[in-house]
Ligand binder design. Sequence first.
Ligand code: ADP
Ligand code: MG
Ligand code: MG
Length: 875
Amino acid sequence: MKNVYYFDEGDYKNRRLLGGKGAGLCEMTHLKLPVPPGFVITTEVCKSYYAKKGSLPGGFMAQVKKGIKRIERDTGKGWNSRDDPLLVSVRSGAAISMPGMMDTILNLGLNDTTVDALSRSSGDPRFAWDSYRRFVQLFGKVVFGVDDSKFDKILDGAKKDAGVSSDAALAEDSLRGVVKKYKEACRKHTGRSFPSDPDEQLELAIRAVFKSWMGERAIVYREKYGITPDVADGTAVNVVSMVYGNMGDDSATGVVFTRNPGDGTPGLYGDYLINAQGEDVVAGTRTPEPVASLRKTMPKSYAELERTCRRLEKHFREPQDIEFTIEKGRFYLLQTRAAKMNAVAMIKTSIDMVKEGLIGRERALVRLDAGQLEQLLHRRIDTEAAGSHERLTTGIAASPGAATGLAVFDVKKAAEMGEAGTSVILVREETKPEDVPAFFAAAGILTSRGGKTSHAAVVARGMGKPCVVGASDMKIDYSSGSCSAAGTAIKDGDEITIDGSSGHVFLGRVPTIEPSVTGGLRTILEWAGKAKKLGVRANADTPEAAKLARSFGAQGIGLCRTERMFNAADRIGLFVEMIMAGSAAERKGILDKLGRLQRSDFAKILRVMEGYPVTIRLLDPPLHEFLPNPEELAGRLREMKPGPEERRARTVLDRARELAETNPMMGHRGVRVGITYPEIYEMQIRAVFEAAAGLAAKGVDARPQIMVPQVGSLSELGAVRDIYDRIRAEMEKKHSRKLKINFGTMIEVVRAALTAAELAGPAEFFSFGTNDLTQATFSFSREDAEGKFLPEYMEKGLLDTSPFQSIDEDGVGRLMKMGAADGRGRRPGLEVGICGEHGGDPSSVRFCHGMGLSYVSASPHRIPIATVAAAQATI
Ligand code: ADP
Ligand code: MG
Ligand code: MG
């Protein structure tokens, strides 16, 4: 079997086999771009390495040797040569890029003999020894697992001894000493001397890359990003001949994006470092220069870089994130991949690329990650209020959005506090790949070092977390847990706010404001609106939410929950009185008052949604949810003095106990309340009709629909339909006009899905309540599943995603398909939609499109997601 592909043999489309990095290197080689010669070891070898418990396929190393031979031919250098030694990098690269998640070894092939040869051939002993010390450090860390801090300590010691502050200022002699001590540290760790045979080095390095695939860091990353074996199974290994950015002042290394990944602005965006190698730019140990200055320092290379970027964008039709190295004025490419960008940048580049004729509208929509759009709709700093807040510092704006939290300097502590639910801002000099778990847990990240392409910036952007980097006037003292900048100091645990859009860091909590749909997003939503077939409505219970939803493009309200209205401060008291009422007559009196309040609520919402359907759901929760918790109330009662207040509290307690249920989710709720207390539903239905009649009289095009929750049988629905018919006749007579208000049912009880054909008799529309339907289909209690056993199901691979997040197509989806088909069989053209969390989940939206639903309904902030996902489903 072919385990090794030379760069001119690989096919870009086969990313699964070659990994993203390898496929990119192959493709660039085909394009005749200046890529150093090398080869890819396939992901199949990694899989077999694990299947065979760490042994490599037969004949594999021979294939690797052949690859090295070809690099020798192509470069004119020799493996283990005493004249002009060939050195290589050994780099990982899975099908899905996991930036910085697995380690790269540079300058492999060096030993005490080849280092001298490299000194001679380059004419620069300092460079040779600098390369050697980098190699020993990376090899020691990656292959042997020696802690980085051991190497850091040795290097710091050497700098102190030599009286210099930067690595680059260390002379050859000091570097010789460092290499010796590095090797000694490795020997101590492994009990054997540092391997000097390049063949042995290479095999060990390849094995180490395979091993890193199952390293904790990589596993956590894949879990968090949902990278399952069907998208990336094992890593490839890239063996690439070294080019040197550390050969003096006409050499450099850098990372650039072809467009700004923070806001999408066209033009190169990135950093470079003169006389540096590999990770120096991302590691944040030296502060790099913005790439624009390369135009002045190395104009020829800059021009080549620009030309190359244009070429790559044109070829891949996607902004790229590239790595380059300049060796003595010669330009090389080391990597290209589709740039990870935040939502703002994705949208801007989609629109720009359409304008530039690089892509069409369909591709512009399809390339968007619909779920990511939610980032745009998060709150932003209120710039006016920010004016009066004291500023700690200003750094480089690396990932937009505002975050407030407690400043925490310790990575572990930040991860723990964040996971426990505290909002924290991780504050560090720089970050490393092993810090990623703390990124997930933190609300934002702040560093004092590093540039726009530093590790912290790249990772935070990928996650859509606010991030400020390179706040260089900030001095962090980890030992005392404090940090100061320009005379202001904070301690570990102080509250700060970072603004990843401006780079400002404030003391305390700065107010934020609701975002709005503007510019690019508006254009995208217009395009998506034209392309999609599925309707998109909102779950909204208040006029404010309805307004917001409409501004985000909602075409109606798919779910208006009436119980939320009863919980408002000015009516919860009345509602409790209603529940406490001793007789139906007494209850009726209170319901009249509540009816007037509901009527005005409905009228306001209907007015905001003029011209669009508004589906109003009759009361769903069990009544005791509106009463105080019995235990709490009993506790308060014990402290109360006898008197009228105490007597009333006692009756409330009795009633609360009487109504309490063992299993409220499956208890006396929804239509069951409507059956036992028909006067409540009567009041609500009447309020809807009154609101509609009032608006109709004023010429407002109000389109309410009435929806019954928790229905499981025709008789239940029929009973409510009778009330509806009676009130409708009464209202039409009273207002002397026809009132068209559709009557429908939720399908969220399994029996409803099974008897949908019957329900479509009285029901003029269906709405799948997929939250409850999922709960009922799995017999998973939502309240318990998500916190208790579901995470373990996912860890163990029993479930890919939570069925409460994405519709379970085989089970719940099957019930939906059946219900929709049966319903439409009985009543052709029946409107069928879904409300529930799934309405804002891209994969569920795709499913709903596929089964021909009329619309999905999602919370206002997820309307743009649903809209774009609905458009993508048609492409
Ligand atoms: P990552 O996936 O973490 O970016 P890479 O394998 O891309 O890891 O490499 C890490 C760094 O080393 C990058 O800056 C890359 O450009 C540099 N590098 C890798 N291979 C070579 C090489 N053959 N010559 C020079 N620099 C290299
Ligand atoms: Mg890289
Ligand atoms: Mg429900």
